[in-house]
Write a protein that binds this ligand. Structure first.
Ligand SMILES: Cc1cc2nc3c(=O)[nH]c(=O)nc-3n(C[C@H](O)[C@H](O)[C@H](O)COP(=O)(O)OP(=O)(O)OC[C@H]3O[C@@H](n4cnc5c(N)ncnc54)[C@H](O)[C@@H]3O)c2cc1C
Length: 393
């Protein structure tokens, strides 16, 4: 990766996480060589991408999210052939557990919608099916659930590496230690990006700054409702009693979920999103969160009483939340040359392939051909046309 700032670039991407890298990959794949990625850190992946656990699923409550997942999953299956980097896709599946009649009925509707949207591998499962799929679980209070066998896990940093290496091989530049500090405008037209290393003149800027996207948008006088929100992960010492093929298990009532940590020594990753969390850039690991999470964990898996929490495998990172937990993709009316790829609300790794393709089409072809993303436009915040995603984990 280079660190010399060019004086001019056709396209400047602010943010060298997985979203910026995927956009650079797709733009260069489509033949655009003059793409510069600005990353303020000394290496890529120090934002949310390197803190993500790598879940990929198609079990969503809106057809657009399902379409983004299906495209991305197919892309990930071919990722090694395209980039030479194995993203370590493991189709362990995801099981959503229902413990109330209302949840069971919601899941029934969801499965019908998901199947109608082209997701073939999802099905309703009974308590007995769940016991068979994950014998370690306490299912005494479980009424049923869903299972999708193509959901699973990938390694976010390998995806980031593959995207970046191919983009760079095709002419893109990734400038590390380069912080965007301002956006230059002539009237309503983008003319450049100011950085701590100097100014690049350009007419196209893509905001791919993850949880910090609001600050980048403000540089162009745009008020972007994307807020950082802390999320915790607790990791453990190796726990061989949890079989490698165990699906991700998600309890709908509490939102507690867990999975095997295949690349972290064979322990368990415990996850739960507290509703008491408030927006902000706090990355401190909160041991009160751990206490509550362990209560959920030992209820669902009594053997987890024997888990050894490993402080060096416990961390917090930032989600990038929009008011409806859907991303904001595309142009900003009134600002010529500014594109947004923000607000993934915790799904940015799994949806990065589709996002890169869509942004590349929007910029180079003038419209997104892969799917209709008009409902993800920036304008929805002003018009109030929000559409909430129920399945934020
Ligand atoms: C604990 C946790 C678990 C998660 N699990 C999953 C999961 O299982 N599956 C999934 O799909 N998603 C998951 N996510 C969400 C996922 O990590 C994000 O949606 C995704 O990484 C967003 O990618 P990004 O490239 O937009 O942001 P980032 O990876 O944060 O990249 C943005 C980059 O912009 C840089 N930047 C910011 N400001 C500037 C500036 N002024 N100048 C230059 N550079 C700048 C930052 O340094 C950063 O590197 C998880 C997130 C967390 C925190």
């Amino acid at each position: 990766m280079t660190s010399r700032l060019p004086r001019r670039a056709e396209i400047v991407i602010i943010g060298g996480g997985i979203v910026g890298a995927s956009i650079a990959y797709h733009l260069t794949q489509a033949g655009c060589k003059d793409v510069v990625v600005l990353e303020r850190e000394c290496v890529q992946g120090l934002g949310s991408t390197g803190r993500a656990t790598g879940g990929i699923r198609s079990q969503f409550s809106h057809p657009l999210d399902i379409a983004m997942s299906l495209y991305s999953l197919d892309f990930i299956r071919h990722f090694k052939d395209e980039t030479g980097v194995d993203p370590c896709y493991r189709p362990n599946g995801y099981i959503f557990l229902a413990t109330t009649k209302a949840q069971t009925s919601d899941l029934k509707d969801l499965v019908a919608l998901q199947q109608k949207s082209g997701l073939k591998e999802v099905r309703l499962v009974s308590r007995e099916d769940i016991r068979e799929l994950a014998p370690i679980l306490n299912v005494d209070d479980v009424l049923g659930g869903t299972f999708c066998s193509s959901d699973g896990f990938i390694e976010p940093l390998y995806l980031l590496k593959g995207f970046t290496e191919r983009a760079v091989a095709r002419g893109s530049k990734v400038l590390l230690n380069t912080t965007a500090t301002g956006i230059e405008l002539a009237g309503s037209k983008i003319t450049g990006v100011v950085t701590n290393q100097g100014t690049i003149s350009t007419n196209i800027v893509i905001n791919a700054a993850g949880a910090w996207a609001k600050k980048i948008a403000a540089m162009a006088n745009v008020v972007l409702p994307v807020e950082p929100l802390r999320r915790h992960v607790a990791g453990t010492q190796p726990f061989p009693e949890l079989p490698d093929e165990t699906p991700m298990i998600i309890g709908l009532e509490s939102g507690f979920h867990f999975r095997k940590d295949h690349h972290g020594g064979g322990g368990v990753m415990l996850l739960w999103n507290s509703h008491e969390e408030v927006y902000g850039e706090n990355l401190e690991f909160d041991y009160d969160w751990l206490k509550k999470t362990l209560e959920f964990a030992t209820h669902r898996v009594p053997k987890f009483e024997r888990l050894q929490i490993t402080p060096r495998r416990c961390w917090a990172g930032l989600y990038e939340m929009t008011p409806d937990a859907h991303p904001v993709l595309g142009k900003v009316s009134g600002i010529e040359g500014l594109y947004l790829a923000n607000g993934f609300s915790g799904h940015g790794v799994m949806h990065s392939p589709a996002t890169g393709k869509l942004l590349s089409e929007l910029i180079l072809d003038g419209r997104a051909k892969l799917m209709d993303i008009s409902s993800l436009s920036f304008d929805r915040f002003a018009s109030g046309k929000l559409f909430a995603e129920k399945g934020v984990l």
